[in-house]
Design a binder for this molecule. Structure first.
Ligand code: PLP
Length: 483
């Protein structure tokens, strides 16, 4: 058998004409998807293995046309999706996409730059620094986080990475860089960290990754609003010190995942500062609310923070991934994470005039994530973003009032912003069954948590296109699903 001719390398690529044609078709497809998504069952109905069973067992030997890829997207992928972009999605937290952010993501892929050093793409660094400085003002954060001060901001993939970087900077500050140089075995005292007992699990994970051990994380008791109790926190710090351990890090949560509880920043920050602890604020979801002045009370005491993060990829219409992380002392972060091999040396770095963001997080490489954030801010404007946050909080307030008016239900936690925690008056089992019935209907999707040991339903309202009628329909469905 003669071997088939090998195509020339240039013939293997997608031509510009083909890229244009399929690209336009793909944008049309996405626009249609976003217009129609609310009619699809929100929670995917597939069983484990269904998606893989639809795919061939081996990859194609030769090129397949775009139309076939998209047929398979419709046939295999779409039924296997839980539709996070549906306005009937009320589970977990919002993970918003929006037109401008999708375009920013596409442009970032199209430019394909690596922004690991200022020199490898100056615009990738400077647009990011500039937009994060804007955001300091937009959220009413203190000037210590501006790049023009000793601090500054960087985009991380997730809030999990931010808390890890905060922890590493804190570890090195507490051990005078001994841990980086010689390892924790050479640090005589056990380092101890503190957070709300409902703090996000990413902190426990970061303790493991940082080699500090999960058992060195003190989960501090909370009050009846699920906020950390500063008196208990102060007592734990004193006990650890007396026992010869080294308290070094505290994390406050603004908007806990379970119930949206707000830790008291000022009281916590004063204890942290007095005891020389690194004070990190995790505002992953709720930080977005600070766009509106009336929701900034949660920031009282934020100037005491060493670092702060929030996720535009949750409630600020920027598709995943985009977490913003600010530090008060960028040198502390850079000292903890910087390594400079010969092949990365360059004049700009040596001039000391530029930021090299590779020193501000774990990966070396980084893409141009700031584009999607910049596009979103430019599309909506500050006032547009504020209006949407207010709209979502008002919808949550309305939903909460319906729950309160119905004697069969109870609201079980305060509602600072856009999350309503509620339950059917009755057993945990009845509530679990209610949740299953709601989600199996495909008409809405809610998730749950446990508060004070009881099974609780969470109604999280913040989707890009959610309107009053979606929330009303969800409430009618919940009531009709009582059984
Ligand atoms: N912190 C809080 C308070 C959260 O709600 C979440 C996500 O649910 C996280 C951290 C983790 O977010 P990410 O997925 O960006 O790591």
């Amino acid at each position: 058998m003669p071997t088939p001719p090998v195509p020339s390398p240039s013939a293997l690529h997608m031509s510009s004409a083909e890229f244009r044609r399929t690209g336009h078709a793909l944008i049309d497809w996405i626009a249609r998807y976003l217009d129609d998504v609310e009619r699809l069952p929100v929670l995917s109905q597939v069983k484990p293995g269904d998606v893989r069973a639809g795919m061939p067992s081996s990859p194609p030997r030769t090129s397949e046309p775009f139309e076939q890829w998209m047929d398979d997207v419709e046939r295999i992928v779409v039924p296997g999706l839980t539709h996070w972009q549906s306005p009937n999605f009320f589970a977990y937290f919002p993970a918003n996409a929006s037109g401008p952010s999708i375009l920013g993501e596409l442009l970032s892929a199209g430019l394909g730059v690596q922004g690991m050093l200022w020199a490898t793409s100056p615009a990738c660094t400077e647009v990011e620094t500039h937009v994060l400085d804007w955001l300091v003002g937009m959220l009413g954060l203190p000037a210590q986080f501006l790049s023009t001060s000793a601090g500054g901001g960087v985009i991380q993939d997730t809030a999990s990475s931010s808390v890890l970087c905060a922890l590493l900077a804190a570890r090195e500050r507490a051990t005078n860089l001994r841990s980086n140089t010689h390892g924790l075995a050479k640090c005589p005292e056990r380092l101890v960290a503190y957070a709300n007992e409902h703090a996000h699990s990413s902190l426990a994970k970061a303790m493991k990754i940082a080699g500090l051990g999960e058992s060195a994380l003190r989960l501090v008791e909370t009050d009846d609003r699920h906020a950390l109790r500063p008196d208990v926190f102060a007592q734990l710090v004193a006990t650890d010190r007396d026992a010869g351990r080294l308290p070094f890090f505290a994390c406050a949560t603004l908007g806990s995942t379970s119930s949206n509880a707000m830790d008291p920043l000022r009281a916590m920050g004063e204890i942290a500062n007095t005891n020389n602890l690194w004070f990190h604020v995790d505002a992953a979801m709720s930080g977005t609310a600070a766009l509106c002045e009336e929701f900034r009370a949660m920031h009282d005491g934020v100037e005491l923070a060493d670092s702060y993060c929030f996720n535009p990829h949750k409630w600020m219409f920027v598709n995943f991934d985009c977490d913003v992380f600010w530090v008060r002392d960028r040198a502390a972060l850079i000292n903890a994470l910087s390594v400079l091999p010969e092949y990365l040396r360059n004049q700009a770095t040596e001039s000391g005039e530029v930021f090299d963001y590779r020193d501000w997080h774990v990966p070396l490489g980084r893409r141009f994530r700031a584009l999607k954030l910049w596009f979103v801010i430019r599309h909506y404007g500050v006032e547009g973003l504020q209006a949407l946050v207010r709209h979502h909080v008002a919808l949550a307030e309305q939903f909460e009032s319906w729950v309160r008016q119905d004697p069969a239900f109870e609201v079980v936690a305060p509602r600072p912003l856009n999350l309503v925690c509620f339950r059917l008056r009755g057993s945990d089992e009845a509530n679990e069954q209610l949740l299953q019935r709601i989600n199996a209907s495909g008409k809405a999707y809610l998730s749950h948590t446990k508060l004070h040991g009881r099974f609780v339903l969470r109604m999280s309202i913040g989707h890009t296109r959610v309107e009053a009628h979606h929330v009303r329909a969800a409430w009618d469905l919940i009531r009709a699903s009582r059984g």
